[in-house]
Design a protein around this ligand. Structure first.
Ligand code: ADP
Ligand code: MG
Length: 227
C-alpha cells in the first residue's frame, strides 16, 4: 500500500500565555485506502491532528506530506482545490445550509467547482440514494432527523469522490443505534470508493470497525487494539 499521509516529527503549539504544546514529535503513516480511527480524551489534540491533514492548520515544526508532497508548500489556490476535490470532511455537527434542500446541499461542492447545476443535482440525487435518502432529496434540512442530516453531510463530503475522507466525531451527536448506522455507512464508502478514511472518535465501537486504531495520549500516538 502506498502512503497517503506522512507525518515527520510534527510538533504543534498554540501560542498564548501558556504556550500550549499539543504534541511535539508525531510520526505517522496513513496508507492509501485504509480506514484509521484516532481516539483519545477530550482536549488531547485529535481535532488538531485532523486539521493538519485537512490543510486547515499547519505544524509548528516538522512536516505533513500528502502523496509525498509537503503540504506547507501548497499555494492558497492549491489548498482550496485540495479541500474541494481531494478531501471530504464530516464534522460532529452537520454544517448543512438550512435554507437549501438536501440535494442542493449535497450538490454544493460540484457547484463550487463550476459544474453544470442540472448535472450536479443529478449526481447529488444518486449519492443521496446511496446513503438511503433517495426519498428525501427535496426535503429541507430543518425537517430531517440528526441521523438523516449526518447522512446528507456524508453524501456531500463524498460527492466529488475524494481520495480521503476526514471525519471528526461523526457520531458524537447521535444516539447509539443511529451512530452505528452512520459508522457502517462510512466503512462501506471506504471500501466501495477506495477512499482513505480517518475518523476521530470517542466511540470505541466505531473505532473497532476500522482497519487500525491509534490513541492520542499526552501528545503521543499509541497503537490501540480491541480485545
Ligand atoms: N486555535 C487554538 N488556539 C489555542 N488553543 C487551541 C486551539 N485549538 C485547540 N486548542 C487547544 O488545544 C487542545 C487540543 O484541542 P483539540 O485538538 O480540539 O482536542 P480534541 O479534539 O482531542 O478534543 C485543547 O486544549 C484546546 O483548547
Ligand atoms: Mg475535537
Amino acid at each position: 500500500m502506498s502512503e497517503l499521509y506522512q507525518f515527520v516529527g510534527v510538533a504543534k503549539r498554540f501560542s498564548g500565555p501558556e504556550n500550549l504544546e499539543i504534541f511535539k514529535d508525531i510520526n505517522l503513516l496513513v496508507h492509501e485506502g485504509e480506514s484509521l480511527a484516532i481516539v483519545g480524551a477530550s482536549g488531547s489534540g485529535k481535532s488538531t491532528l485532523l486539521h493538519l491533514m485537512g490543510a486547515l492548520d499547519s505544524p509548528t515544526e516538522g512536516k505533513v506530506l500528502f502523496d509525498g508532497r509537503d503540504m506547507a508548500c501548497m499555494t492558497p489556490d492549491e489548498k482550496a482545490r485540495f479541500r474541494n476535490k481531494t478531501l471530504g470532511f464530516v464534522f460532529q455537527f452537520h454544517h448543512l445550509l438550512p435554507e437549501f434542500t438536501a440535494e442542493e446541499n449535497v450538490a454544493m461542492p460540484a457547484l463550487v467547482a463550476g459544474r453544470d447545476r442540472g448535472e450536479a443535482l443529478s449526481e447529488a440525487r444518486i449519492m443521496l440514494e446511496r446513503v438511503g435518502l433517495g426519498h428525501r432529496c427535496g426535503s429541507s434540512v430543518p425537517t430531517m432527523s440528526g441521523g438523516e442530516r449526518q447522512r446528507v453531510a456524508i453524501a456531500r463530503a463524498v460527492l466529488m469522490r475524494p481520495r480521503v475522507l476526514l471525519a471528526d466525531e461523526p457520531t458524537g451527536n447521535l444516539d447509539e443505534a443511529t451512530g452505528a448506522q452512520v459508522g457502517a455507512l462510512l466503512t462501506e464508502l471506504n471500501r466501495e470508493l477506495g477512499m482513505t478514511l480517518v475518523v476521530v472518535t470517542h466511540n470505541n465501537e466505531l473505532a473497532a470497525t476500522m482497519n487500525r486504531s491509534l490513541e492520542l495520549r499526552a501528545g503521543i500516538l499509541y497503537e490501540k487494539t480491541f480485545a
